[in-house]
Design a binder for this molecule. Structure first.
Ligand code: NAI
Ligand code: MG
Length: 361
């Protein structure tokens, strides 16, 4: 079996961090004999410069022909004044649509080695935090009917939140399936004391749970979930929720980590379409080109790719364990270096992870 990967480095620090993610996947290949085939293609500002199109047809084709897409980041001040069709993020939005990504997975892991380096007190981090946020991505408030009207007293604006049974079923079912590969606990987050969409969400979730007798389900109101994520994050395994709540809670959970440079994401979609893996951070123009970007979010995204696109659980774990080891003992990029510790560059960190991956496999 050959694992075909479309590699889209993008803009700013994208190419710098993706280079290290590819290095680590190559180390997995060298250690195991698994064949990885990389096809690099332009997206975002880089593609606009080359072709005038932030998602050229060749890039889209390369993606759809691959088993997975590994993306850096797109955008930067250089393209801020471009019309929408030539803006880098338009390319990313079109790509997400092309792969039918309706589920956004954001694992938030805080290894106990990082306790005290993020905003949480060490005792809250405890033995570590490992939450997988599963956010519905193509429905709800961001896609419902909206409008702005003139009224005698001023203006009136509205947005509507809409969900259908099939939309809820597929995302909740995915969350339960993912929980089976983890600690078998799902927390479904809603606002069912107020919202009709949430009441439907809860009913459908109950029905899907019947198929998964081996997974424990708990419902939680979104305001309480925000509080619990900060006070007692260790209690969560898989957290599934609708689009808007997921947007807010995933950023909140991300902040628990201490650096944007650590957070990976996966966007999974329709069967037969390739999933998309990318760090949560953007192109970081303020540090681009200096070789100091943290590559761990991109490398962790590659680990998710091994797990969810190719079913390579052991290899994914080896990469994640290697990341934890580097977090604990260095080398560290400036964003995560403990006070007084020497700082390293992007490539040094990537090479360190690759080396430890080889030792583990
Ligand atoms: P950003 O995530 O690029 O940067 C925010 C802050 O975090 C900056 O100070 C940056 O230096 C730091 N940072 C981010 N990633 C880091 C890493 N790996 N290592 C160390 N430090 C890191 O977000 P910002 O500044 O709001 O946006 C910059 C550009 O990126 C914009 O053009 C924006 O549209 C784009 N963007 C793209 C995304 C994507 O491709 N998915 C997501 C978010 C923003
Ligand atoms: Mg957000």
């Amino acid at each position: 079996m050959t694992c075909r990967i479309a590699v889209l480095p993008g803009d700013g620090i994208g190419p710098e961090v993706i280079r290290e993610a590819v290095r680590v996947v190559e180390a997995v290949g060298a250690a195991t004999g698994i064949a990885f085939d990389f096809t690099e293609a332009p997206i975002g500002g880089a593609a606009v410069e080359a072709t005038g199109d932030p998602l050229p047809p060749e890039t889209e084709q390369a993606c759809l022909a691959a088993g997975a897409i590994l993306l850096g980041a797109v955008g930067g001040p250089r393209w801020d004044r471009e019309p929408a069709a030539r803006r880098p993020e338009t390319g990313l939005l079109r790509l997400r649509k092309a792969v039918g990504a309706y589920a956004n997975l954001r694992p938030v892991r805080v290894h106990r080695a990082m306790a005290g380096r993020g905003p949480l007190r060490p005792e809250v981090v405890g033995t570590g935090i490992d939450v997988l946020i599963v956010r519905e991505l193509t429905g709800g408030l961001y896609y419902g009917e909206r409008g702005l009207q003139q009224e005698p007293f001023g203006e009136r604006a509205y947005d509507t939140m809409v969900y259908t049974t099939p939309e809820i079923e597929r995302i909740v079912r995915m969350a339960f399936q993912l929980a089976r590969g983890r600690r078998r606990r799902v927390v479904s987050v809603d606002k069912s004391n107020v919202l009709e969409t949430s009441r439907l969400w809860r009913r459908v979730t109950e029905a899907v749970a019947e198929e998964f007798g081996d997974v424990e389900l708990e419902h939680m109101l979104v305001d309480n979930a925000a509080m619990q994520l900060v006070r007692n994050p260790g209690r969560f395994d898989v957290l599934v929720t609708e689009n808007t709540f997921g947007d807010i809670l995933s950023d909140l959970a991300a902040a628990l980590c201490g650096s944007l440079g650590l957070l990976p994401s996966a966007s999974l979609g329709l069967p037969g379409r390739p999933p998309l893996f990318e760090p949560v951070h953007g192109s970081a123009p303020d540090i681009a080109g200096r070789g100091i970007a943290n590559p761990l979010a991109a490398i962790a995204s590659a680990a998710l790719m091994l797990r969810y696109a190719f079913g390579l659980e052991r290899e994914a774990r080896a990469v994640e364990d290697a990341i934890d080891e580097v977090l604990a003992y260095g080398p560290w990029t400036p964003d995560i270096a403990p006070p007084g510790a020497p700082v390293a560059g992007t490539e040094e960190v990537g090479r360190a992870v690759a080396l430890k991956v080889r030792e583990r496999l």
